[in-house]
Design a protein around this ligand. Sequence first.
Ligand code: ADP
Length: 190
Amino acid sequence: AQARLLPGKTLETFDFAAVPMVSKAHVGAITAGDSWIGKGDNILLFGPPGVGKSHLSSAIGLALVENGYRVLFTRTTDLVQKLQQARRDLALESAIAKLDKFHLLILDDIAYVTKDQAETSVLFELISARYERRSMLITANQPFGAWNAIFPDPAMTLAAVDRLVHHATIFEMNVESYRRKAAENAKGPG
Ligand code: ADP
């Protein structure tokens, strides 16, 4: 499989106690897939850097692959660059259509895409094309209010957010960075 998941990031190695708002049972139900993937529903993971959004999303992807789904994990900026190249080659539509083979597209770090990164309307076209047909799992370290920095104009941001949240499960992982906490614990008390 060409899922490009993150090595070693599994549900077994994910410490659910660190994110009390994300229940292990809920994630277990999500990895069954059938209740949402078949309908093209989405999952959105919000939270500051280091709280485990990439780890959890890749782990969910792995569990879905094990359950027979086709999944692609990609940093959003990488995919946007590929789609922009496809558009320059007049092949954007077919590039987006090719992604249909994946039941789930995991877009990590959507907020790292910026308008300066040339024209990002390709992202909007992708979201529109998959709407109510193919699922996406998107991670973001910025709340929707900051997404105007991602899309070329506010109307497009609104339309994109609208499509993404219409049928979505949203996890707000507003906890302390796991990395920082681990580093502090390693220092020991005092
Ligand atoms: P984010 O995507 O939110 O920036 P990452 O998933 O990259 O965060 O997590 C940063 C590092 O901390 C990774 O090595 C990840 O495996 C680890 N990590 C974060 N949260 C957890 C957790 N709840 N359990 C186990 N490891 C975690």
